[in-house]
Design a protein around this ligand. Structure first.
Ligand code: EPZ
Length: 420
């Protein structure tokens, strides 16, 4: 198993190109199941989650071909049951349920497995698909859905933590081929939902209002093939922006969409980090003195939960107290105990982490627990005195394309090593 060996203390400098967004690419790949015609998707990031989704589409009968960052999928003849173990392993694959139901009117998808960041129920997905006429049972570890006739209807998708991103995607992808009009209320507004809607409309769907809490879908008889370029990854961009600030560096993020990152950039500015837009690029530079800021994670356009851990590292470096409250995934503090190994002073009080910042970090062997926690541990290793060994980086490869090579080009002393 691989680890990352990092020698800290080098300011990151230079330019990095942001890859396509994992959380847009996955539902867009699932949406290719809605047509028998070929679809060409560009700027698809080279990630293990994307490879997994490709294998899942293949297990359903689709032809899948990767050519660098361009993916061609043709789902001419497909079946409604995918590979149990593959689907169970990757939570994001639940978003094949909607397109299979929309196209075949039946689907059997294994229930997603557990997740360290907190319980991840799919009750809202099932409620939404049920509102379109699907009969759903859970049997033998599978979600079994049947809908002899999918019909448009009103679907409210608000849950205890607000809207659901993949739930919105699933209902949208079932509704595009349903009879009549579907109205999704309390829909997720994430840029990835907007990107999926753009792809569906390129296939001939009629989706209006994506990006707002109310989405209207007028069902059509069939969809055709289409071409699409995935949006840049706002969470990868946020991760590099925070790494630049944490290491006292100056980094230009090429292809970053600052209009998708307002909450993160606002908090960075509040903390004293200089953020400048130069055409399609964004330059982030550490100002003189960092200031503590409080953060609460919220659905989009609020502060993203997927950037919470990375921002916590920056606050460990900042003299003073900052309070970080996690409102989306209640146990998303797995990185706290590992940051404590590096000398950080963080106390957990219910949904909040109280960070007493300003104490220098020193390197140690630490363990990644999930995707975004591992990104935070890498940033901490770039700052900490001496060497840090980040273990179990397979978590990182799920969502960051060649992050060690990108960091190396920015001057980081980082090596991928086999775990001893
Ligand atoms: C998406 O997950 C992202 N994953 C997550 O990114 C991201 O953290 C999350 O949205 C929130 O922004 C992908 O897009 C592949 P949700 P999703 O349904 O759709 C509760 C990363 O690091 N809920 O919006 O699965 C749920 O428990 C990953 O890239 C229900 O209660 O998240 C959570 O508290 C991690 N019932 C909240 O809603 C449901 O049926 C938001 O979850 C569904 C969700």
């Amino acid at each position: 198993m691989e680890s990352l060996s990092i020698k800290g203390g080098v300011p990151l400098r230079g330019e990095v190109t942001i890859s396509g967004a994992k959380n847009a690419a996955l539902p867009i790949m699932a949406a290719t199941l809605l047509t028998a015609e070929p679809c060409v998707i560009r700027r698809v990031p080279n990630l293990s989650d994307v490879t997994f989704m490709g294998q899942i589409l293949t297990s359903l009968g689709a032809k899948v071909k990767f050519d660098g960052a361009t993916l061609t999928v043709q789902a001419a003849k497909i079946r409604g049951v995918g590979d149990y173990d593959l689907i169970r392993k990757m939570r994001g694959s639940i978003c094949i349920l909607g397109p299979l139901l929309g196209r075949l009117h039946r689907a059997s998808v294994s229930l997603p497995g557990g997740c360290v960041i907190g319980p991840r129920p799919i009750d809202l997905h099932l409620k939404g698909l049920g509102r379109l006429g699907a009969r759903i049972t859970i049997q033998g570890g599978y979600v079994r859905a049947r809908a002899p006739r999918l019909a448009g209807g009103e679907v409210f998708l608000g849950g205890r933590a607000g809207p659901t991103v993949l739930g919105t995607a699933n209902v949208m992808m079932a509704a595009v081929l349903a009879k009549g009009v579907t109205l999704i209320e309390s829909a997720a507004c994430e840029p990835e939902v907007v990107d999926l809607a753009a792809f569906l409309n390129a296939m001939g769907a009629r989706v209006v209002g994506a990006g707002s809490p109310t989405i209207t879908i007028t069902g059509v008889r069939e969809l055709h093939g289409a071409e699409h370029e995935v949006i840049p990854d706002r969470i990868e961009a946020a991760t590099f922006a925070i790494a630049a600030a944490a290491t006292h560096g100056e980094v230009t993020l090429r292809e970053a969409r600052s209009d998708h990152m307002h909450a993160v950039l606002d908090k960075l500015r509040e903390a004293g980090v200089a953020v400048e837009r130069r055409g399609p690029a964004l330059t982030v530079r550490r100002g003189n003195r960092l200031k503590p800021v409080d953060i609460t994670t919220l659905p989009y356009a609020g502060f993203p939960t997927d950037a919470q851990a990375q921002m916590m590292v920056l606050m460990t470096l900042t003299p003073g107290i900052s309070i970080i409250t996690e409102r989306i995934f209640e146990s998303r503090f797995m990185h706290v105990s590992e940051l404590a190994r590096l000398g950080a002073d963080i106390a957990i009080e219910g949904p909040s982490a109280i960070v007493k910042g300003g104490r220098p970090l020193s390197g140690a062997p630490i363990m990644a627990s999930d995707l975004r926690a591992s990104a935070a541990l890498v940033i901490a290793g770039l700052v900490a005195r001496g060497s840090t060994l980040v273990k179990r980086i397979y978590h990182l490869d799920r969502g960051y394309e060649k992050i060690d090579e990108k960091l190396k080009r920015l001057g980081a002393r980082i090596e991928r090593v086999e775990e001893p």
